[in-house]
Design a protein around this ligand. Sequence first.
Ligand SMILES: [Zn+2]
Length: 568
Amino acid sequence: MKSSDITMSILLMTFCLPVLANTQEHTSPTKPSLVLQITVDGLRGDLLERYKHNFAKSGFRYLMDQGTHYTNAHYEHGNTETIVGHVSLATGAPPSVHGMVGNIWYDRQKERLVYNVEDDSYSMLTIGAGVNQSTEVDPTQKAAQKDGRSPVPILSTTFSDELRLSNNGQSKAFSVSIKDRGAISLGGHAGKAFWFSKSKADFVTSNYYYDEYPQWVTEWNDSNIPAQYSGKRWEMSLPREQYTLQEISDEHKVDLAGFNRSFPHPYGPESYPYFPTMLTLSPAGDEITANFATTLLKEEKLGLGQHTDYLSVSLSSNDYVVHMYGSNSLETEDNLIRLDNTITTLLETVDQQVGLENTVIVLSADHGVPESTPVANQLGLKNAQYFNKNALVSEVLLKKLKHEFGLDDSAILLYAQPYLYLNHEMIKGKGVSLGEVQRVVADEIAQIKGVAAAVTSEDIKNGRVQNSRVTTLVENNYHPTRSGDVYIVFEPRSYINDMDGITIASTHGSPWRYDTHVPIIFAGYDIKAQTISREVTPYDIAPTLSNKLGITLPSGATGTTLKEVTQP
Ligand SMILES: [Zn+2]
């Protein structure tokens, strides 16, 4: 790293040129050249520490050992899903403010489910790069009815927006991820976002951002980096006995389309329709993302101008691997070992081009994860269970709605995590109180085994919710036009196990501690090596970055500034 070189040059300058008046200006830049925001999708706050001993020195351990590491950071919203966390990282705000209440929600004006960053005002720059309904395994992606994507649905500015606004767009801001929502969120409204199309095995964008691809993007796609994995297999990188956990069960692990439940996992030939999906379910997804991101860094000359630039890299593989194999699997540890190598390469590239001492690095995650349910059960957590979605609306409930309000079955529109949506037109037409209908529905659902709480939107609106940590998180998720009528909280480790018909190893999205817990590490530019255990929230990241750079906070930010970072 360059910090020792800098220290040496300070010493030399101090001893050789004691009269040089502007030493300060040459040795300690007054502002960072680059902000590098790394997000590891689904990385629970304790997992880096758990797997640390198998990491090399210059990746995760550089950040953990040389940076300011917050070990007790928790989201303060209930629906710990990917878009919600990513946008909170970007805006410093809860979903009640930034509006992204879930990966999907029911749009009452369009009268259909919408995907979070779906926008029919725009289209993909590459024809056919949208969701392939026949091979897509992510049910939330499948809910999108249009190929167009944009950050317009995000209702607050982001740190990257404010950085661009602070100097009339002279700072450059870019964001990259396998997932469209992982890229669009952090790129904000004024930055540029690229994501991976599983239909094309290319990095793509929409015409919100560009009218045509920059030349380097076309060249990167033409070089067909993903094809390098054709016919190869994801193998264990260490002898089995060196892994931290030995698996006590693998019955819950998923064999998706021939990718196998256990090592080795064959990617298959490039021509296989699921080949790009296999890449995303393994370390290859992050390797490809980082390859694209380092090309972007060089081609767009980030960190080399007069103004601070911004690069967000959201690494999605951990999330998919945890969904398929569980957070306590060999696959999850191996993926993190390989991600450690990927992050090492990313940091080395930034160090060569910009210098880590000139870069504010911040690493966090969009949500945590539980251990897989069958493993938890084997260890004695008897309440762990999968929840049958069909059990939410019982015959008893339907009868009550009929008897008490004259409402038929279509009064209940649908369930889209975490909300049950009711038919407002019908309820209005009957002249009955929405609040009373919600109350009956919530009381009935709250009695179902596996449900911990059911909170109505009318109670939130009118300040009638009993105060607890979980209900506060539910309230922070409430947006008046996007949230549904009843927020359903399942008991710890109980969830609807349905990823497009596949029974998956685990899923997140609850307000419980395992899902809200993420790491926050700041490193690089004048940041101290220290471990902080007081409870903080990822909402603090964007305000901290803003204050570090002396710019305005994102419009909706509610987080506070982390003083250990701004006053090192
Ligand atoms: Zn996620």
